[in-house]
Design a binder for this molecule. Structure first.
Ligand SMILES: Nc1ncnc2c1ncn2[C@@H]1O[C@H](COP(=O)(O)OP(=O)(O)OP(=O)(O)O)[C@@H](O)[C@H]1O
Ligand SMILES: [Mg+2]
Length: 255
């Protein structure tokens, strides 16, 4: 089982869009069994699939972290479609950041044990965590539970200078017994302009792994979030849909 955290401490860089389209391509093109986990109190991932989701009556990332879930790991999942399950987010994840002062150590440990149970069970191929912006309780727990992190990133000066801090934080987690390694930086919302090409060259020179494939910017992505459909369904021929398919091949080591 591969466990992948999609994380950047910056907001609006394409984490959720990447999680949705990675999961969709793995399930439909590769026939993989995937669990998507929404670690974000904004619940963008959850609302994409379940606009009427009620965290009061369903298990969620919050219930897993606080230890209120079902004892058998897969009883905590919300089925979405064949091969795809969700661990929903909830706005209660925000209050965990406050209570972490008291219970900070057990939150990540619970999620780590949850992933281990899924791994031991052998029924799941991929666990994908859609992280919130910032190092919150749930994103830290995801990074502690995951083996790999994918870092979606915009090509701009703020992102390039912020990448050193991001990589340093992840390295410091390795010292805290996490197995996390950086699978790569994924350049998103890419445009074929001089500034984007120069920025890309800069990102590729800073010593952090960067995927060869970039994801181009297209209005089809915003439209797909309104339609609540992954790009493969909404606009399979669009630049971003093609780029995500090519990137998944790279992630799977097929190119
Ligand atoms: N390749 C792309 N082309 C055009 N727009 C994009 C692309 N990828 C993402 N977007 C748009 O950028 C915005 C942010 O995307 P998304 O919500 O996935 O980012 P995020 O990193 O998950 O944000 P947050 O940090 O708030 O969770 C959305 O409006 C989305 O439609
Ligand atoms: Mg998001």
């Amino acid at each position: 089982m591969r466990t992948i955290a999609i994380m950047n401490n910056k907001g609006g860089v394409g984490k959720t869009v990447t999680a949705i389209n990675l999961a969709d391509i793995l399930v439909r093109d590769y026939k993989k069994r995937v669990v998507l986990a929404d670690c974000d109190g904004q619940m963008n991932l959850t609302k994409f699939y379940l606009p009427d989701f009620d965290p009061e009556i369903n298990y969620s990332m919050e219930s897993l972290l606080v230890g209120d879930g079902e004892p058998v790991w897969c009883d905590n999942l919300t089925p979405l479609s064949p091969g795809l399950d969700l661990i929903p987010g909830s706005s209660g994840l925000y209050s965990l950041d406050v209570s972490a002062v008291k219970d900070g150590l057990s939150f990540p440990e619970r999620l780590r044990q949850f992933c281990q149970a899924a791994r031991d069970d052998g029924e799941t191929d991929f666990f994908i965590f859609d992280c919130p912006p910032g190092f919150t309780v749930s994103s830290t727990a995801a990074l502690m539970a995951a083996d790999e992190v994918v870092i979606p990133m915009l090509v701009d000066g703020f992102s390039v200078t912020g990448m050193d801090d991001m990589a340093a934080q992840i390295r410091s987690m390795r010292q805290a017994s996490s197995r996390i390694r950086i699978a790569g930086v994924l350049l998103t919302q890419w445009r074929n302009t001089d500034v984007a090409r120069e920025g890309e060259a800069l990102v590729r020179s800073i010593g952090v792994p960067v995927f060869r494939q970039v994801i181009r910017r297209t209005e089809k992505v915003a439209e797909s979030t309104f339609a609540r459909q992954p790009l493969r369904q909404y606009s399979p021929g669009s630049a971003a849909a093609r780029d995500y398919r090519a990137w998944v091949r790279e992630l799977l080591g097929e190119v």
